[in-house]
Design a protein around this ligand. Structure first.
Ligand code: KG4
Ligand code: ZN
Length: 339
């Protein structure tokens, strides 16, 4: 089965062609990062306009690269939410128009579910993870712990009460004078820093819940930087980055381990843009190794926003008989689909 995927929830215009939900024939991504960089974050109105400019070419390129004609597609999977409403509407409208013109089924995909399903895409020498497993979803807009009970069936165990992980990375990076998006740069400079240099707070680490809170950590980093500035002290950016990252990853690791213990699950997956973080990948991988758990994380190019993951998710829905009509709307905030 050949599915075409479309993703425009934030600042990446992406289209992909995927066979049988796993084999990626093409995955084309046009990033707007350079445009948003000068504003220090994503400007929603600009994002929508850039999606409009790019979407047609990106879909054509994905079909060309996959060597697939429009008529050969069995269905169109498109992200309907959560995300920036104006950005979502571009991909969704394009997907609906294609579905109507080609008379092919439309499948609306939840962006966070798609991130989770990136773990089913084919990667060399690795088996896709099989449910049940615990998935730690860490992206720019979301942070949650999810129990994947079976394909397409989820139980939300907990989520952030304030900032998402990626948001904390981006805001801390900005305070350090580093460009957007901050995650990859903090990841890089933290490698040269001392993670014990500064002790930052770790909210809710031992409260037994699966909820997170990162706004206190972010504020503590900003306060430390401001205080040092006022005192004329120059802090080592790598030390700040490493200490911030340690505080954050300690919490993520503790809660993931607790979820495995509580639900008696021995498989763990990571998903979302922040799961491309090298320190997080190695910490969760080590934790799994120590406890005899299976560990899965998508390759970094499938962690950040892309349309291949939208196809992986849409395939499961398609196989279950899910179809959407032309009345499907963009939903900026929507909880993960819980059966
Ligand atoms: O999943 P994603 O591409 O978009 C959303 O759905 O939000 O995630 C983007 C987020 C950004 O906040 C970015 O800073 C973060 O992922 N990110 C990282 C890394 N690469 C991307 N955070 C930490 N370390 C990285 N290597
Ligand atoms: Zn995302």
């Amino acid at each position: 089965m050949i599915l075409l995927g479309i993703e425009t929830s934030c600042d990446e215009t992406s289209a992909a062609v995927v066979k049988d939900g796993r084999h990626v024939l093409s995955n084309v991504i046009a990033s707007q990062i350079e445009i948003h960089q000068k504003y220090g974050g994503v400007v929603p109105e600009i994002a929508s306009r850039k999606h409009v400019e790019a979407i047609g070419c990106i879909v054509e390129e994905a079909l060309f690269e996959a060597d697939i004609k429009k008529e050969q597609i069995d269905g169109i999977c498109v992200t309907y939410g959560p995300g920036l409403v104006g950005a979502l509407l571009v991909g969704l409208s394009y997907g609906k128009a294609l579905s109507f013109a080609l008379k092919k089924p439309l499948i609306g995909v939840h962006h966070i579910e798609a991130h989770i399903c990136a773990n089913y895409l084919e990667t060399e020498g690795e088996e896709p993870i099989k449910p049940p497993y615990i998935c730690l979803v860490v992206s720019g807009g979301h942070t949650s712990l999810v129990l994947c009970q079976e394909y397409g069936k989820y139980k939300l165990l907990g989520q952030t009460k304030d900032d998402a992980c990626g948001e904390a990375y981006d805001k801390v990076a900005r305070a350090l004078g580093l460009p957007y998006p901050g995650g990859p740069i903090i990841d890089k400079i933290a490698k040269e820093g001392d993670e014990k240099a500064i002790v930052f707070p770790q909210a809710l680490i031992n409260d037994g819940s699966f909820d997170f809170s990162f706004s206190g950590l972010k504020s503590a980093v900003l306060n430390t930087l401001n205080k040092a500035k006022m005192q004329g002290i120059e802090l080592n950016k790598s030390d700040v980055a490493a200490s911030f990252q340690k505080a954050l990853i300690d919490v993520l690791e503790a809660k993931t381990k607790l979820a495995c213990q509580k639900y008696n699950i021995n498989r763990v997956a990571l998903a979302g843009g922040v799961s491309s973080n090298s320190a997080l990948r190695s910490r969760i991988s080590n934790m799994c190794q120590k406890n005899g758990y299976t560990f899965k994380v998508p390759p970094t190019y499938f962690c950040t926003d892309n349309a291949a993951m939208v196809c992986a998710c849409g395939y499961i829905m398609f196989e279950k008989g899910h179809r959407d009509g032309l009345f499907l709307n963009a939903v900026p905030n929507c909880p993960i689909n819980i059966d």
